[in-house]
Design a protein around this ligand. Structure first.
Ligand code: SAH
Length: 479
């Protein structure tokens, strides 16, 4: 059968892609339907036809999925940030949990019943809104020449006006109103990408959820801000404002921040905590955007690194009592892909020695500062690729008992996995932001001497398709 553009097909949606399109089949031909969710039956108009599949849009929902809800955000279709907001949160969670399990079976070659038996319930949020501690709003002109703040419509650079994203903090709107009223009052124009003229490019807002401290940073196309006193006066009264600053970015680029910041009011940084670990956050610092779930994710990683798994339940017939709860004490731990050292600092409370490795040098600087602020003296940090530095650490006599990895979406380098297997640590805790690469890497790790013992999905980004997972891999028993 040949299909053509604009043709309309009736299809039942049975799955969902990484980018949130509903997937359905018509006589074996696959459709990726924007804005359709699992369980919907829709009339789909083909938008881009390929040999084996086609992209499509919803023309009509014939039978809505039982999981379909009315999303609270009017802009969710245009924005594209919340790809699955039209699904009830409960359905989102089970979609993610199933995705992790099915990738482990399909890609990782693990037995389905075994995966079902070792996977814990996904950890979701009680209130899955307003969880982001950071927002970056582009500033521009509307068609009528009014100054607006909003978001870029999917795959474009035209701004759709919204001041209140449901994932961001409720103070964002008040802050954006104040910035826009300053701009109007003082004749400060938004930056225009086409001409390179104008001043204000973005407004960056960060909030420390556990301290209530707020930072507002205007990214500008000038060396200084005209009538900054007026801006400060308007913003000063927003509850929680601790820092007002500018970031200078005069480059014609999509990168939001430039290299230089200047504080106009208050402190250079705000403070936040994950668990009882303190972080100082500047406009440019990397910091997890959903601190509540990050805490849960890393606590689970800690639990897997530390606590006893029910080895008897997993076939070990020896005496189980020797392996006590605080299995980390006296142990040497590696935290690979450590970022600003969050997991390392958590682990340092229990372990004897922690070594963090991260490729971005600035993040390692932050990790060292964070260790200092928290009075941690048993953690050391090195910048470089984990796959290259691991052999160097070994050569220097740094032999790990436990290895934690938290790689980016592409997963671990094969060379690193080979090194891990050759070192033979007692356990490996794998924190992943992509179930497919996780499954690929676990397959390799669990080929002979190691076993996947526990899996726990954690929802860090409600309403998006992303899913985090923590896994415990340990030596097979009896050893
Ligand atoms: N646990 C970290 C976040 C990890 S995100 C935290 O708490 O901050 C993944 C990290 O891996 C990123 O910081 C990225 O810069 C880093 N990275 C990417 N490739 C790497 C490599 N080959 N070796 C080491 N780190 C790498």
């Amino acid at each position: 059968m040949n299909y053509s553009k604009n043709q309309i097909l009736e299809v039942e949606i049975t799955d969902m892609s990484e980018t949130g399109e509903g997937i359905g089949k018509v006589d074996g031909y696959t459709l990726f339907v924007k804005d359709a969710i699992i369980g919907d039956t829709v009339r789909a108009g083909l938008t881009k036809v390929k040999k084996n599949y086609s992209f499509a849009r919803v023309v009509e929902i014939i039978k809505p999925s039982k999981d379909r809800v009315n999303p609270p955000c009017e802009s969710h279709r245009q924005c594209g940030g919340c790809q699955i907001m039209a699904m009830s949160y409960e359905a989102q969670l089970s979609f993610k949990e199933n995705k992790v399990k099915s990738d482990l079976v399909r890609i990782g070659d693990f037995d389905k019943d075994y995966i079902d038996s070792i996977t814990e319930n996904i950890i979701g949020m009680e209130n899955p809104y307003r969880y982001r501690n950071k927002a970056q709003y582009p500033i521009g002109l509307s068609k009528d020449g009014e100054i607006i703040a909003g978001f870029y419509a999917k795959r474009t650079h035209s701004i759709v006006e919204t001041k209140d994203c449901f994932l961001g903090v409720s103070e964002n709107k008040q802050i954006l109103d104040a910035v826009i009223s300053y701009m109007k009052k003082c004749g400060v124009m938004p930056y225009d990408e086409a001409s390179g003229k104008g001043t204000v490019r973005h407004v960056l807002i960060r909030k420390g959820f556990s301290t209530g401290e707020i930072m507002v940073c205007l990214v500008i196309n000038e060396d200084s801000l005209n009538r900054a006193d007026v801006l400060v006066e308007l913003l000063e009264n927003v509850p929680g404002i601790k820092s007002i600053c500018i970031n200078i970015n005069k480059k014609n680029t999509n990168v939001i921040l430039g290299d230089r910041c200047e504080t106009l009011f208050g402190e250079d940084t705000i403070t936040d905590y994950i668990g009882d670990i303190k972080f100082k956050i500047g406009p440019m610092s990397f910091f997890q955007v959903n601190p509540a779930q990050t805490r849960k994710l890393y606590e689970k990683a800690m639990e897997y690194a530390m606590s006893n798994v029910d080895l008897n339940g997993l076939g070990y017939e020896g005496d189980n009592t020797a392996i006590q709860d605080n299995i980390l004490s006296g142990k040497n731990v590696w935290d690979l892909y450590c970022g600003i050292g969050t997991i390392s600092l958590f682990l340092s409370k229990k372990a004897k020695r922690v070594t963090g490795v991260e490729i971005v040098e600035q993040a390692i600087e932050n990790a060292k500062e964070n260790a200092m602020i928290n009075g941690v003296t048993n953690a050391e940090f090195y910048s470089g690729a984990a796959e290259d530095l691991a052999p160097v650490l070994l050569k220097n006599g740094n032999i790990p008992d436990v290895i934690v990895v938290d790689p980016p979406r592409k997963g671990c380098d094969k060379k690193l996995l080979d090194t891990i297997l050759s070192v033979k640590p007692e356990r490996v805790v794998y924190v992943s932001c992509d179930p497919a690469t996780l499954a690929r890497d676990l397959k390799l790790l669990c080929e002979s001497e190691y076993e996947l013992k526990k899996v726990c999905p954690v929802d860090q980004f409600p309403h998006s398709t992303h899913c985090e997972t923590v896994c415990l891999v340990s030596k097979k028993y009896p050893v």
